[in-house]
Design a protein around this ligand. Structure first.
Ligand SMILES: C[S@@+](CC[C@H](N)C(=O)[O-])C[C@H]1O[C@@H](n2cnc3c(N)ncnc32)[C@H](O)[C@@H]1O
Length: 338
């Protein structure tokens, strides 16, 4: 017979959607912003966010069990590091990342995971009639904005370290391929006044690039914003190419992206891949969850260390170094043979 501990553990996993939903509800209700520096009662919070106090009490009980908010001895609520990170105005806010991980359209797709696994590919196209990025930009512009902000918030955490790890002496131009809103590029351009850059991403994404890179921004005269499709062409000749979190697709397509850059690059160009390894990180729960989401939505994947290195070599690049950026990310440095 199953022990009580086993039942509890397994049920907690089976009901883990409640955790994701509670985080999303907290953000949507504006709870992280409603709670200030002073310990606050449920009733006052309920008034501030316009919620039913008894139900909000239940939501807060769930959230505190995940260390999102805490309850003091007087039964008042205070912030924790986690709840502070959900505030829009936190310097390292993760609000949009939490929204992106819990977007409403994602929930029904999870129900098809067994089909995805059986078929070895995505189910998004069968459900929505179009591939993910195409559908996202055509039908869900608000969700597309959440995605772009989420990527920027995720990358803000590592942008400084990536810049520290990429010496630019002797390099004049860097191309950030699938660079999102350009947070890494902006960080590098600020740090190296002689450097110029190219930000390549889908047209809607570069249109909302970091304000420093857009026309009128302080770095605008040193950057070219290219709205395009890196599966078709990478129209940028540069000394350094950055591919951060954009090779999470099938192997042939990843090789195609690298080769498109290689076609534009001069011999000896540096090719830098920054990504998560599914088998080397803080724990398998996060990377394997991201990996399954990518399978389901795009037929993509989080590569293993060996898999990503093989892929870079298969494209025809010479790998020189693999280093951790932080507990989540690794940097692969390669060059285009002369
Ligand atoms: C996971 S995000 C990573 C963004 C950024 N490199 C970062 O790490 O913050 C993947 C990026 O690839 C872009 N992308 C997807 N398909 C693309 C394509 N065919 N051509 C250019 N960019 C593409 C997306 O718009 C998105 O910004």
């Amino acid at each position: 017979m199953a022990s009580g501990e086993l039942v509890t553990g397994l049920l907690e996993h089976a009901l883990s959607a409640a955790c994701a939903a509670s985080l999303r509800a907290a953000v949507n209700l504006g709870l992280p912003e409603a709670l200030g520096d002073e310990p606050t009662t449920v009733d006052d919070l309920a008034t501030a966010v316009g919620a039913d106090a008894a139900s909000l009490r239940r939501l807060l009980r769930a959230l505190t069990s995940y260390d999102v908010f805490a309850e003091n001895d007087a039964g008042r609520f205070v912030h924790t590091e986690n709840s502070l990170a959900l505030r829009e105005d936190s310097p390292n806010s993760l609000k949009y990342l939490v929204l992106w991980c819990t977007e409403p359209w994602l929930w029904p797709l999870w129900a098809h995971l067994d089909e995805s696994v059986r078929a070895g590919g995505e189910v998004f196209t069968a459900v929505h009639g179009r591939k993910f990025y195409e559908h996202l930009h055509a039908e869900w512009p608000e969700s597309a904005k959440v995605f772009d902000r989420a990527m920027t918030q995720q990358t803000t955490v590592s942008a400084m370290t990536i810049a520290d790890m990429l010496p630019m002496s002797g390099s004049e131009k860097i191309a950030d391929v699938g660079g999102g809103q350009g947070i890494v590029l902006a960080t590098l351009l600020e740090r190296h006044p002689g450097l110029t850059g190219v930000l390549l991403d889908l047209p809607d994404v570069v249109a909302n690039a970091d304000a420093r890179l857009r026309p009128g921004g302080e770095l605008a005269d040193r950057v070219r914003l290219v709205g395009g499709d890196c599966l078709e062409e990478i129209p940028a000749e540069a000394d350094v190419y950055l591919f951060k979190n954009i090779l999470g697709i099938d192997e042939d397509t990843s090789v195609l992206i690298l080769r498109n850059a290689m076609r534009a690059a001069p011999p000896g160009a540096r090719m830098v891949v920054v990504d998560n390894f599914v088998d080397d990180g803080p724990g398998q729960r996060l990377t394997s969850a991201m990996d399954l989401r990518m399978l389901l939505v795009m037929g993509g994947r989080k590569h293993s260390r060996e898999g990503l290195l093989k892929l870079v070599e298969r494209a025809g690049l010479t790998v020189h170094d693999v280093r951790p950026v932080d507990s989540n990310l690794h940097m692969i440095e390669a060059t285009l043979p002369a």
